[in-house]
Design a protein around this ligand. Structure first.
Ligand SMILES: Cc1cc2nc3c(=O)[nH]c(=O)nc-3n(C[C@H](O)[C@H](O)[C@H](O)COP(=O)(O)OP(=O)(O)OC[C@H]3O[C@@H](n4cnc5c(N)ncnc54)[C@H](O)[C@@H]3O)c2cc1C
Ligand code: SF4
Length: 326
């Protein structure tokens, strides 16, 4: 690991003033569950590490009339065990509970989860200088690509590893971003950047900016949500494919459905053509399974990962049936 200096700003305003001064290559440190391994492998080589943990103002949940505000430093465990999340957002609770191990959930934060870097083994291996790290080629194209993208790939074929991102997008969450110039908000679905837009970075954060809050609209009484995740191992693991689903339920119909896939694309992948096919229909398992397979025809699997299409179809159908039965 390369040496770096450590800075611990006591307040958010100290943090953004420090970031505004430049100060060389900076890395923001939250729980460190992802960042430390990137440092050890010298995939990221900051000159300055800015520890966010003193910023207690960025931790915790705040219930307001129309929104739930979740501070970026809220741990995944605090999220999963919050009575508000357990009562109003079962899909988000399932996603949080599916992450890593208890130790990891005690330390890892929601902000770090959304900003974590890809798990592509060529990206994580210091010996491979692939396109994402400034090299000339994507090694996954002719190499091992079992866990890579079936949607939205091409120049880089990572999948976004976050479990919370699909769940939060299905709930139409927004994010607050703060810099010395002020604050701004955007839909979480717009926060992520595909490789065709920004190859080296997976989100739209600019230098000097920090993610401070996730804002989730309070659900209508008829809104149901679920999160299903397929992993290769029974113990902690990243999603091979996951589905976050929300909809308002009317009899056996799904209204305003949101189906967002994880583990299949460089960004959380909303399957709007599937939503259109099933919205307002009398939901039956065979019908949704057929619609899912039809919608997944737009995927572009690589040499080793066409199996993800079948997995996604099964999870989409199960998620739709699960919403109806809740
Ligand atoms: C063994 C293991 C298992 C895991 N399993 C899962 C899993 O099943 N599902 C899953 O989704 N993830 C998983 N992860 C990934 C991830 O480490 C955690 O989900 C965790 O939430 C990351 O949060 P952190 O606070 O530790 O982030 P850190 O490691 O501190 O930071 C991660 C990245 O986000 C940036 N960052 C952090 N906070 C902010 C902020 N507020 N503003 C801007 N940038 C920020 C950092 O600069 C860094 O680049 C796993 C990781 C490990 C090591
Ligand atoms: S998928 Fe992206 S990160 Fe992985 S080898 Fe290809 S360019 Fe690199």
């Amino acid at each position: 690991m390369r040496p770096f200096s450590l800075v611990q700003p006591p307040t958010l305003s100290d943090l953004v003033s420090f970031l505004a001064r430049g100060n060389g290559q900076i890395a923001l440190l939250a729980g460190g569950t992802d960042l430390y391994s990137l440092l050890k492998d010298e995939i990221v080589k900051p000159e300055v590490m800015v520890d966010l943990s003193p910023l207690k103002e960025l931790a915790g949940l705040k219930q307001e009339k129309d929104f739930l505000r979740i501070g970026a430093l809220t741990t995944i465990n605090d999220l999963a065990s919050s009575p508000i999340i357990q009562k109003n957002f079962p899909g988000l609770k399932q996603a949080a509970q599916s992450i890593g191990s208890p130790q990891l959930r005690n330390v890892g934060t929601i902000g770090g989860n959304l900003c974590q870097r890809p798990r592509c083994w060529y990206f994580r291996d210091p010996l491979f200088l692939c396109r994402k790290k400034g090299g000339a080629r994507c090694f996954a194209v002719q190499g091992r690509n079992k866990y890579h993208a079936i949607f939205g790939g091409g120049i880089c074929n990572i999948v976004h590893p976050s479990d919370l991102a699909p769940a939060l997008i299905s709930l139409e969450a927004r994010v607050k971003i703060v810099s010395s110039g002020g604050e701004k908000e955007m839909a979480l679905s717009d926060f992520f950047s595909p490789p065709s837009v920004s190859l080296r970075q997976e989100n739209k954060l600019q230098p000097g900016e920090v993610l401070t809050e996730i804002i989730v609209p309070n659900p209508s009484p008829r809104l149901k949500s679920t999160y299903l995740k397929f992993t290769e191992r029974g113990s902690w693991d990243f999603a091979v494919v996951s589905v976050a689903a929300t909809a308002e339920i009317q009899g056996r119909s799904l209204l305003k459905p949101h189906f967002v896939l994880g583990g299949v694309a460089p960004i959380p992948w909303r399957l709007t053509n599937f939503e259109k096919m099933i919205e307002g229909q009398n939901i039956q398992e065979k019908m949704v399974a057929a619609a899912a397979l039809e919608a997944l025809k737009e995927s572009r699997p690589m040499s080793e990962n066409a199996y993800k299409i079948d997995l996604a179809a099964v999870l989409l159908a199960r998620a739709a049936m699960s919403l109806i039965s809740r």
